[in-house]
Design a protein around this ligand. Structure first.
Ligand SMILES: O=C(CO)[C@H](O)[C@H](O)COP(=O)(O)O
Length: 219
């Protein structure tokens, strides 16, 4: 599967957001990762659909919206209308994730499911026939700039194996503490979509280009 860089704007300079998105796009990033936090599912607050809508107006990248919110079904339609292409929800945050996945599809978006580092990989099994993307968190969700949790590598490997056995084309995304120094570990374990925030936005053009040159070697 194509190896894709998904810079996370959580680490961007909001006052220079347009310019920084342009820089990562020009470096070859295909997805733009947008973290939505509600202060309940995770302690922090980030931003909502207005930001997605504003980015959509001047950005043709794939908008990869990661909902770290309780009962995301309440807001799926609004994020789809705002311009999301992929909407990823947390299995830990939903009473009925199957229903939320149906909602995402009925809005015309691709559906992803994510799990936190402490959630067993096996919970993903019942969603393999339904989703287009699985997101493995390699840090506790909620904040950028954390260290990659080493046990994540084995979890990525196990998820890649589940996907392989399903026979479906499901993207395997990894988020948290990934940069040029460890991205090959994550690719080797089977991930194809790499979220990177602080490792990219400290110097977006240069760092995204460096990440892309590594990803291209694995295509
Ligand atoms: O989802 C997130 C936090 O919940 C961020 O996308 C993630 O942590 C990326 O940031 P960094 O690359 O700086 O670790």
């Amino acid at each position: 599967m194509e190896k894709i860089l998904a810079p996370s704007i959580l680490a961007a300079d909001i006052m220079r957001l347009g310019e920084q998105i342009e820089a990562v796009k020009n470096a070859g990033a295909k997805y733009l990762h947008i973290d939505v936090m509600d202060g309940m599912f995770v302690p922090a607050l980030s931003y909502g659909m207005c930001v997605v809508e504003s980015i959509r107006k001047s950005c043709d990248m794939v908008l990869d919206v990661h909902l770290m919110i309780v009962e995301p079904g309440r807001h799926v339609e609004a994020f789809a209308k705002a311009g999301a292409d992929i909407i990823t929800i947390h299995l830990e945050a939903c009473a009925d994730a199957h229903e939320v996945i149906r909602q995402i599809h009925s809005c015309g978006c691709k559906a992803g499911v994510s799990i936190k580092p402490g959630t067993p990989i096996e919970v993903l099994e019942e969603y393999l026939d339904e989703v287009e993307l699985i997101l493995i968190m390699s840090v506790e969700p909620g904040f950028g700039g954390q260290k990659y949790i080493p046990e994540s590598t084995e979890r990525i490997r196990q998820t890649a194996e589940l996907i392989r056995k399903s026979g479906r084309e499901i993207e395997l995304e990894v988020d948290g503490g990934v940069g040029a120094g460890n991205v090959e570990l994550v690719l080797e374990a089977g991930a194809n979509v790499i979220v990177a925030g602080s490792a990219v936005f400290k110097d977006p053009a240069k760092n995204a280009a460096e990440m892309m040159s590594i990803l291209k070697k694995w295509d």
